[in-house]
Design a protein around this ligand. Structure first.
Ligand code: G6P
Ligand code: MN
Length: 441
């Protein structure tokens, strides 16, 4: 059986140890001969990588492990690049969240002005990763779950249309797991129909392989509880603020009672509520810096200091096993059904064929083949038309270095009340992002 060579881009991420542990526990279904970490931040990566090296020595001594900040070393002789980079790191996430909030607008890493700002930072970094991959390993596939995935995907469509990159998000996967708990099944038992943009979509059907339809049962449950479930969801989304987001899905469903909503719609349907319940001085970035980042980096430093990995210091990120499913689908041509972010091309028949949409796809060794979802209702269509225009304007603004188009993008976002507020936020974002964004004129 062929063994694969992997590079993880974003080696210094808080998610990297959990993903490495998940990969090592999946070796029987996805054999790996070499694992490399790559990051452009040597200090962060070293902390994680030194500990991961000790962990690998213990749990998978046969897999070659290394880490580097050199693109040639990282991208030479690799079959898959798993990319979860965060351009600007958590300090810039904090700015993305706090600047809009200081103007009374939703402050979120991927939605509204924060997501737009992050998009402008991510585009050049992802394009650079693609270029490294194509130069050093032209047959490699990039499995990208770097955010903001919708803007990144649109930039790939425009700037690197032939690249072997699949953009994917863990949110529908995590929600499907919750749904499976609610109806007493496993995620593998369930097939869904879904349409939308990334962090902006709806399920229209959830059935098992026999065709039993669980949609009415789920609608009934979610209308009362949102996606909150008794069963703990491993290590993902355990913080109180995330639980609140899952509960809020009940109010999202009330707007579209036939369609089960993606939790991110709360930023577009209830922005006033979100702003009222946000602390402009302590946002999700602060929670992550004080929580997940402290825990993961603390555990890594402790492992390295003791010189030995005992076995349970890094939890296995099972919620990330969709990455293995995706890699397997390509490597073994499994045609597994998964939600991916792909060019519409008629999958949503009454929507822009050139929009990057999130729909179920069959994934094989040529990549994802979208499944037709047909016509969507007027309400969702209206929201998606508005949001996709925002995403396209950001990419156009990046390509043309256009201040005007960035202003239009912010003005059009459903989270922003007026062109005046949009301009004020944009001018603050430009200052905060001066080391990252191209100069706009
Ligand atoms: C979900 C989304 C990801 C996002 C993450 C943020 O899983 O799908 O795109 O990055 O949430 O979680 P955090 O714990 O960093 O707020
Ligand atoms: Mn996501």
């Amino acid at each position: 059986m062929k063994k694969f060579s992997i590079v993880i881009a974003g080696g210094g991420s808080t998610y990297t140890p959990g993903i490495v542990m998940m990969l090592m526990h999946s070796l029987d279904r996805f054999p790996i001969r070499s694992l490399k970490l790559y990051d452009n931040n040597p200090e962060r990566q070293k902390v994680i990588a030194d500990a991961v090296a000790l962990a690998m020595k213990k749990v998978a001594p046969d897999v070659a492990f290394s880490y580097t900040t050199d693109p040639e070393e990282a991208f030479t002789d690799v079959d898959f690049c798993m990319a979860h980079i965060r351009s600007g790191g958590y300090p810039m996430r904090e700015q993305d969240e706090k600047i809009p909030l200081s103007h009374g607008v939703v402050g979120q890493e991927t939605c509204g002005p924060g997501g737009i700002a992050y998009g402008m930072r991510s585009i050049p970094d992802i394009m650079q990763l693609i270029d490294y991959m194509e130069k050093y390993s032209p047959n490699c596939w990039m499995l990208n779950y770097s955010n903001p995935a919708s803007i990144v995907a649109e930039a790939c469509r425009v700037l690197r249309p032939h690249a072997k990159i699949i953009n994917i998000c863990d949110m529908p996967v995590g929600t499907l797991r919750r749904m499976s708990y609610i109806v007493g099944k496993t995620p593998q038992d369930l097939d869904v129909r879904y349409f939308g943009l990334n962090h902006f979509g709806w399920w229209t059907s959830v059935k098992d392989k026999d065709g039993t339809d669980y949609t009415p049962q789920l609608i009934d449950y979610v209308s009362k509880n949102g996606y909150l479930t008794q069963k703990a969801i491993e290590t993902q989304h355990m913080d109180a603020s995330w639980q609140e987001t899952h509960r809020k899905a009940a109010d999202l469903l009330a707007v579209t009672p036939d369609c089960l909503p993606n939790t991110y719609l709360k930023y577009y349907l209830y922005p006033d509520y979100v702003v009222e319940h946000s602390d402009p001085n302590y946002t999700r970035a602060n929670e992550v810096i004080d929580g997940r980042e402290k825990n993961v980096f603390g555990a890594a430093r402790a492992i390295t200091a003791s010189g030995e990995f005992k076995g349970d210091e890094f939890s296995i990120d099972n919620h990330a096993s969709f990455i293995v499913d995706l890699a397997r689908a390509i490597a073994y041509n499994t045609h597994e059904r998964m939600l991916c972010i792909v060019e519409n091309k008629g999958a949503i028949s009454n929507f822009d064929p050139h929009a990057m949409v999130e729909v179920p796809c069959l994934v094989g060794n040529d990549g994802p083949e979208p499944l037709c979802q047909g016509e969507i209702p007027t309400f969702q269509l209206g929201m998606m038309n508005q949001q996709v225009a925002v995403e396209k304007l950001v990419v156009e603004a990046y390509c043309e270095r256009s201040y005007q188009k960035m202003w239009q993008a912010l003005t059009l976002s459903k989270t922003v009340p007026s062109a005046k507020v949009a301009k004020e936020i944009l001018d603050d974002l430009i200052v905060a992002n001066k080391d990252y964004w191209p100069e706009l004129h």
